[in-house]
Structures are given as structure tokens and as C-alpha cells.
Write a protein that binds this ligand. Structure first.
Ligand SMILES: [Mn+2]
Length: 218
């Protein structure tokens, strides 16, 4: 069985369809979306519909968690909803929300010795003790070991991850595709006019398709 790990789709359903074609995807292949299925792009509902109708697995991204909080009436008090999130609240169906609510914050694939997570894992912290804040937002580790969601705060966390599991993640469109010994970053900025990228195991190949256009400024 092949497993297709796919970077941040952000509502880019046409590019998702094109990437699945480029990967020669067929029923029986396992597809894993590394989070941020929705928001910013043109067709969030179409992405969620494809994911649930085809039985794709996915982890929750920061934008997925954000719209789920608003949908559930748990948004932080006094915060305004941005248009790119309003559009998600206005278009997802009940079935789409039910699928979104099932998404875990990480997935473990023992057969591949791999993990999927949206943003990252703090090296040295056991999996069960990782905080959602970092699972959804981590980008960097400072010289003193402090984890951060900021790009400039230090080294990319994936460069410090020593395994043994291979971690496949997204979230970091500014750094783009990342290929570390034990971590692969797949956010190649599709919604910003970049590419949508897949990493396929066991073959270990990358596939990508260009965005039809930039749907948002990075
Ligand atoms: Mn993200």
C-alpha cells in the first residue's frame, strides 16, 4: 500500500485534484493531509468533502482548530473573525463539520515508523506530553531550547529532530519544502501561489503541482 502525505491544502480543491492525479492516486492508497485543510483558499468545503468522501486521514491544523472553536461557540471573547475564516463557517456542511471534529492533533503510522503533525514536535518531549499549541504552531527552537511559533526565533525544529520516527508536517510556508534526516516539511505555499506537495511512502518521492494562482498574499 502507498501512503500519500499532502501539505497544507487551505481550500485549494482544484490543486488537490491535480496533485492526486500527478501521484497516480487510486482507491486503496492511503492519503494523509497534514492539516490546514481549510481557510484562505477558494473552496474549503470542497476540500473537506473530498477528504471525507474518499476516507482520507488528516491531522488538525491551527486554522482547522480555529474555525472549529468558532463553530462550536468557543471563540476567545472580544476576538473578531477574519474573512478567510468567516468563509469557512459560511460554507461547510454539517457532515463537513463532523469530519473536521474527528481530526486528531497527530497521527502515528507504526508500519512506516512515521508521524504526521501539522506544525511540529518539540525535540526531547515525549509524544503524549507535546502541547497542542506547538503541535499546531511550532516553527523554531531557540539556542536555549525554547520552542517558538516564530520563524526568526531559532533553528527549524525539524533540523533538531533526531527520530527515530520520521515526522511529516506542514505549516511553514515561509521556509517552504524542508528535507531533514528525520523530518519532512510539505508546506510549499500553494494558497500563496506556490505549489501543493505530496511525499509518498514507501517510494520516498515528492510530487508537486503549481497553484492556479495566488489566492492570498503571504
Ligand atoms: Mn498552519
Amino acid at each position: 500500500m502507498r501512503t500519500l502525505f499532502i501539505g497544507d491544502v487551505h481550500g485549494c480543491s482544484a490543486e488537490l485534484d491535480a496533485l492526486l492525479m500527478a501521484c497516480d492516486w487510486r482507491p486503496g492508497d492511503r492519503v494523509v493531509l497534514v492539516g490546514d485543510l481549510v481557510a484562505k483558499g477558494p473552496d474549503s468545503a470542497g476540500v473537506v468533502r473530498r477528504a471525507r468522501e474518499h476516507g482520507f486521514q488528516a491531522v488538525k491544523g491551527n486554522h482547522d482548530a480555529h474555525v472549529l472553536r468558532w463553530h462550536g461557540g468557543h471563540a476567545a471573547k472580544g476576538k473578531k473573525l477574519k474573512p478567510e475564516h468567516r468563509q469557512v463557517l459560511d460554507t461547510l456542511s454539517a457532515a463537513d463539520w463532523a469530519y473536521m471534529a474527528t481530526l486528531p492533533s497527530y497521527l502515528h503510522f507504526p508500519d512506516l515508523n512515521a508521524l504526521a503533525v501539522h506544525a511540529g514536535l518539540v525535540p526531547g518531549v515525549p509524544l503524549t506530553e507535546q502541547k497542542e499549541e506547538f503541535l499546531f504552531n511550532l516553527r523554531s527552537i531557540a539556542a536555549d531550547g525554547t520552542p517558538s511559533k516564530r520563524l526568526e526565533a531559532g533553528e527549524p525544529w525539524g533540523s533538531l529532530w533526531k527520530g527515530p520516527e520520521l515526522v511529516i508536517f506542514g505549516h511553514d510556508a515561509m521556509r517552504g519544502l524542508q528535507k531533514h534526516p528525520f523530518a519532512v516539511g510539505l508546506d510549499s505555499g500553494c494558497v500563496y501561489g506556490g505549489k501543493l506537495t505530496a511525499y509518498v511512502l514507501p517510494e520516498g518521492r515528492f510530487y508537486s503541482v503549481p497553484a492556479a494562482r495566488a489566492y492570498m498574499a503571504l
